[in-house]
Ligand binder design. Structure first.
Ligand code: THG
Length: 265
C-alpha cells in the first residue's frame, strides 16, 4: 500500500508554528523522518497559513533534502499552480489533493491535473457536500471518471477518496466506507485512498481505532492511505497487514522491518 505522509500539514498546531516561524530545519526534519518511516509521498498543506507563499516555501525547502514525490493538499487553484511551478524535475510525479465534483475544483484544479498529467485524488463530494450513502458516492465517482475519461486522462493515476465520516455520527459509517471501497474496485477498477482520523472523531484513544480501521481498509483492497509514518505502531500495522493480505512476497518487508527493529508490539 502507498503511504502518503500527513505531517507537513498546517492544521497540526505545532507544524503551523514551524511554518509561520520559517523554521527550515524543523520542516526538513519532518520531511526526512517521514521518508525514513516509509512514506512514498509527502502531503503538503498550508491552508492555515499564508497558503500560496508558504506552499512555495515548503516545496522549495523539502526538495532540498529529499526527492520523494510530493502531494499538494489544497483546494486553491492558485496554490496548486504556484506550487507546481516550484517543483524541480518532473511535474507529472506530483499528486494533487484533490478534485471533486465541486464546481470550483472542476474549473480550477482539473485543468492543472490535465496539463501536467498528475496523479490525482478524487473526493466523492459535490456542491451539496459529503453524501450520506454509498450509492451517492458511487454515482459521484462514476461522474468523475466520465469527466476524466473524456479528457483522455490515464485512470491508473486516479485515487478515489470515498471520505470517511465519524463513527460517533453513525455506527455504520465504517462498514459503509468498506462497501464504497469494494464497489469502487468492482465497478470501476480504479485506486482508492483515505485519511484515517475522521473515523475516530470525538472518541478516546483515537489511534487504536485508526490503526484497526486501516487494517480493515487494507483487507478491502485500499491502495493508499494518508497517515503519520513517524508513528511506529501504525507503520507496524501497515507492515503486518501487507503480509496478511498477500502484498509482501516471502515476507521480505516484514522480515526487513524486524531486522531494522522498527516493528512495535
Ligand atoms: N483525504 C484527503 N486529504 C486529506 C484528508 C483526507 N488531507 C488532510 C487530512 N485528511 C489528512 N491529513 C492529516 C494530517 C494530520 C492529522 C490528521 C490528518 C493529525 N495529526 C496529529 C499530529 O500529527 O499531531 C495526530 C497524528 C496521529 O493521531 O497519529 O491529526 O481524509 N484526500
Amino acid at each position: 500500500m502507498l503511504i502518503i505522509g500527513e505531517k507537513l500539514n498546517s492544521a497540526i498546531p505545532s507544524v503551523r508554528q514551524i511554518i509561520n516561524n520559517k523554521d527550515v530545519a524543523a520542516v526538513q526534519n519532518l520531511a526526512l523522518k517521514q521518508v525514513e518511516g516509509g512514506a512514498n509521498y509527502l502531503d503538503l498543506n498550508t491552508a492555515q497559513c499564508n497558503e500560496v507563499t508558504d506552499m512555495e516555501w515548503l516545496i522549495q525547502n523539502v526538495q532540498e533534502v529529499t526527492d520523494i514525490p510530493l502531494c499538494i493538499d489544497s483546494i486553491s487553484a492558485q496554490t496548486v499552480e504556484r506550487g507546481l511551478a516550484c517543483i524541480k524535475g518532473d511535474k507529472s510525479k506530483v499528486m494533487l489533493n484533490s478534485i471533486s465534483l465541486e464546481k470550483d475544483r472542476i474549473e480550477g484544479i482539473l485543468p492543472l491535473v490535465l496539463k501536467h498529467q498528475c496523479p490525482v485524488i478524487g473526493l466523492t463530494t459535490d456542491d451539496n457536500g459529503i453524501p450520506k450513502t454509498a450509492e451517492e458516492r458511487i454515482a459521484i465517482t462514476q461522474r468523475l471518471i466520465e469527466i476524466l475519461s473524456k479528457e483522455n486522462y490515464d485512470l491508473g493515476k486516479l485515487y478515489i477518496d470515498p471520505l470517511v465520516l465519524p463513527l460517533a455520527v453513525d455506527h455504520n459509517n465504517a462498514t459503509m466506507f468498506f462497501q464504497c471501497l469494494t464497489d469502487i474496485k468492482r465497478l470501476f477498477n480504479v485506486k482508492t485512498v483515505s485519511g484515517l482520523s475522521n473515523i475516530s472523531y470525538t472518541m478516546p484513544k483515537r489511534k487504536i481505532i485508526n490503526r484497526h480501521f486501516l487494517a480493515i481498509c487494507m483487507a478491502f483492497g485500499m491502495d493508499a492511505a494518508i497517515l503519520d509514518p513517524i508513528d511506529r505502531k501504525i507503520m507496524t500495522s501497515v507492515t503486518a497487514t501487507n503480509l496478511l493480505v498477500g502484498q509482501d512476497r516471502f515476507g521480505r518487508n516484514y522480515l526487513k522491518a524486524f531486522r531494522n527493529e522498527t516493528l512495535e508490539d
